[in-house]
Each structure stands twice: as structure tokens, then as C-alpha cells.
Design a protein around this ligand. Structure first.
Ligand code: PMT
Length: 394
């Protein structure tokens, strides 16, 4: 299927280089749609982009189109990748603050595909703490950035801020669009989200897991050709296309579901945050308050991963370790105890790591004790690194 790239062009002297990007992408058979800001039109004419992309260039939010589609939504839906090149300090700032006041920023706000910024501006602007904070903020929200190049800038300054070379940008775009099918035919079971352990019909014990890490793995695995079963605790997330989701509530539920499907799986990746304990007695009726303190006795839940480790055979078992201290030591103990091929260790007390956010910071440790520490990245990027390791182990 043809891939679609939406290219947002903002006002800057490097805008003319976006013409080469369009031309290179079209040569690779990629359909391109260009949105220009008003300032961009001061540097290059829409006609040049129209000629090279062979599509109408969009500049005006209120221009009547021939079709009755809402244009910015239609473009956002069509995009497999949204590239903004050159990305000015202005558009980065608007995106970071949710400002959608022209065609480019409204489309950007509606986009669900990966968003890639290629900044270009004067060195002092690029190094400005506000611009850098906006870039960090957007990275934390899952956007990607191509570092600008260094050299002589149009303003005469020497430093970082030149739009990255067209070949580098095009290479990066292609790697986003490339569909690896290296897990074709593999059956992968992923667990995600929290478990909830009932106290009475109204109350339960749970944890902060949003499910995002496990869902990112399930989505990445299906895109790479695997058959995926996602055993999910309660979350607010949409099931990724092509994934079979099996909903569970408590650790006992998850234990049964995972064990029932174990035979089917070639690989199990356990990103769920499973409660180690549950209330020993669950009241049928709402526990009424009294003047006294009450005690809830907790009993151990089975360790799901350990139960799989005991009958592992030649299946691949991947665990997660969520810790607040002694991360690597505890993670190594878990590999041994649960008979895992490797473990993904994340420190849940670190900023931008662990629960809820769109990013994680993790180390992957294998059963031979070899450990690789990764910097902060989106959960999708980490998911693909985990799947690369699964692929290598297979
Ligand atoms: O869902 P998010 O908001 O995106 O957050 C992601 C995450 C922090 C939940 C995820 O990255 C993560 O670390 N998941 C594992 C959480 C956890 O339960 O860690 P643990 O160290 O307590 O357990 C170790 C491993 O044993 C885990 O793979 C866990 O799924 C498994 N386990 C634990 C207890 C139990 N009774 N049965 C299990 O199978």
C-alpha cells in the first residue's frame, strides 16, 4: 500500500530545501501532501510544492475544498508520518502548548501518526532554554526530532541550527515508513495494565499501571507481522488494530487466562503490573463504616510469570521489573527465579519512566547477566527494542 507523508513547511530560509525532500520522497514512491504556513509562503511559492508533490498545497484553514471532507482531519487521518521541515521555534512552541491557529497546527493536533520535527533556526534561538524545554516536552509526549546540523547559518553565525541534510531527513522518514515483518507467523502473548483485587462490591486494591507499555508492545508486534493476544487488566486504552484482546480483572483471572493461552504462544511478554496480594476475604456486601479502624488481611496471589517459567520449554519468556531501588540486583534475581530469557527493568520512581507516561527509561538484562541501559524514549521505541531482542533470541 502507498505510504502518505504530510510535510509541514514553516517560515525560514531553509524552506526551499523542503522541495528536495518532496522530490526525494516521490522518487521513492511515497505520496506527499504539503501544508505551508503563511510565513513559509513568503520564502517559497505553494506552486513549487504543488508541482513536485502533484497534490494541492494547503495553506488556508478556511479555503473551500471540492470535497466535503474536513480538510485538516482528512489529511491527519491519511498520514503515515507527519514531518515538519523546516520546523521553526514558533511551530515547536505552538505544538508544545497545544496552540492550533492555522492549517498546519490544527492538522498536527489531529494527527495520530508519528510526528517528526526537523528544526532549523539561528543557533541562539535553538539553544534558547525555552525552545529546548519545548523540544524536551514534545519528546516526552512521543514526538521525534532530527538534530539540526552545524555550520554557517544564513544569518552569518556559525553553530548549530542548519536544517539537517536532506539525505539524512529522507533516510529517517524511510525508516519510519519501513514495515519490518520479522515476526511474521509468531504467536506473541503480551500482558498489560493493572489488576484489581476486590475488597467488597464497591472497593478494590490496584496500582498505577495505565497499560501503555504493554499496549505499545502489542501494537509494535502486530505491525511486525506477529499474531498477538493481549491479556489486559482494566485500562482506558483502545485495542490496537489486529490485536486480540482478552480482558481480565484480578490477578487470579489473569493467571488463568495466561495459563490457558500459554500453549498457543511462542513468546510471552509480561508488562502487566500484577498485584502480589489480594484481600483474603471479599465481602458480598458493602462494608459499612463504623467508629473503629478495620483491618484487611491480604493473601498471596500466585506469581503468573513464575508459573510459566516452571513449564517454559523452548518458549521465550520476557519479564518486566518495576523497582524503586536496587533495580539491577532485583531484576537479575527475577530472571533466575522466574526462568526468563531476559527482563526489562524500569525504575518507577524516576521521572519520565514507568507508570502512566508515554516514555520509559529501561535496562534490558539477559539470563547471562549482560545488561544494556537505554536512555529515555517513547514506549513505542522501547517496545521495538524489546521485540528486536525477542527476534534475536528466536
Ligand atoms: O502500564 P504503564 O502505565 O505503561 O506502566 C508500565 C509498567 C511500569 C507497569 C511496566 O513497565 C512494568 O514495569 N511492568 C511490570 C510491573 C511489575 O509487576 O513488576 P514486578 O517487578 O512486581 O514483577 C516482575 C514480573 O513478574 C513482571 O513481569 C510481572 O508482570 C510479573 N508478575 C508479578 C507478580 C505476579 N503475581 N505475577 C507476575 O506474573
Amino acid at each position: 500500500m502507498k505510504k502518505h507523508v504530510v510535510l509541514g513547511v514553516t517560515g525560514g530560509i531553509a524552506a526551499y530545501k523542503a522541495l528536495d525532500i518532496i522530490s526525494a520522497l516521490r522518487k521513492k514512491g511515497i505520496e506527499t501532501h504539503v501544508i505551508m504556513t503563511k510565513n513559509a509562503c513568503e520564502f517559497v511559492t505553494p506552486l513549487s510544492f504543488e508541482t513536485l508533490s502533484n497534490n494541492e498545497v494547503v495553506t488556508d484553514t478556511f479555503k473551500r475544498t471540492k470535497s466535503w471532507e474536513v480538510e485538516h482531519i482528512a489529511l491527519a487521518k491519511r498520514a503515515d508520518l507527519f514531518l515538519i521541515a523546516p520546523a521553526s521555534a514558533n511551530v515547536i512552541g505552538k505544538a508544545a502548548h497545544g496552540i492550533a491557529d492555522d492549517m498546519l497546527t490544527t492538522t498536527l493536533m489531529a494527527a495520530r501518526c508519528p510526528i517528526l520535527f526537523a528544526p532549523a533556526m539561528n543557533t541562539a534561538m535553538y539553544e534558547n532554554a525555552i525552545v529546548q524545554e519545548n523540544i524536551t516536552f514534545l519528546k516526552n509526549k512521543g514526538c521525534y526530532f532530527i538534530e539540526p546540523d552545524s555550520g554557517f547559518l544564513a544569518c552569518g553565525d556559525l553553530g548549530k541550527g542548519k536544517l539537517q541534510k536532506v539525505e539524512v531527513i529522507v533516510e529517517e522518514v524511510l525508516s519510519f515508513l519501513e514495515e519490518k515483518k520479522d515476526l511474521e507467523g509468531k504467536n506473541i502473548m503480551v500482558t498489560a495494565g493493572p489488576t484489581i483485587e476486590a475488597i467488597d462490591p464497591m472497593r478494590y486494591i490496584t496500582n498505577h499501571s495505565s497499560g501503555k507499555m504493554g499496549y505499545a508492545i502489542a501494537e509494535a508486534a502486530v505491525k511486525r507481522g506477529a499474531n498477538v493476544k493481549l491479556v489486559s487488566g482494566p485500562t482506558n486504552l483502545l485495542c490496537p488494530d489486529g490485536v486480540e484482546r482478552i480482558n481480565t480483572q484480578s490477578a487470579m483471572d489473569m493467571y488463568e487466562t495466561v495459563n490457558q493461552n500459554f500453549q498457543w504462544a511462542d513468546v510471552v511478554i509480561k508488562a502487566a503490573a500484577v498485584a502480589d496480594y489480594r484481600p483474603a476475604e471479599v465481602s458480598d456486601m458493602k462494608i459499612k463504616k463504623s467508629g473503629e479502624d478495620i483491618q484487611i488481611r491480604l493473601t498471596r496471589n500466585p506469581d503468573i510469570l513464575q508459573s510459566l517459567g516452571a513449564k517454559k520449554g523452548n518458549k521465550i519468556l520476557v519479564g518486566f521489573a518495576a523497582e524503586t531501588h536496587n533495580l539491577i540486583t532485583y531484576a537479575k534475581e527475577k530472571i533466575e527465579k522466574k526462568n526468563l530469557d531476559f527482563i526489562v527493568a524500569n525504575n518507577i520512581s524516576e521521572e519520565n519512566a514507568g507508570f502512566k507516561g508515554d516514555t520509559n527509561i529501561a535496562a534490558i538484562i539477559d539470563k547471562d547477566g549482560v545488561s544494556n541501559q537505554y536512555p529515555m524514549m517513547s514506549k513505542t521505541e522501547l517496545a521495538n527494542i524489546i521485540l528486536d531482542k525477542v527476534r534475536a533470541t528466536l
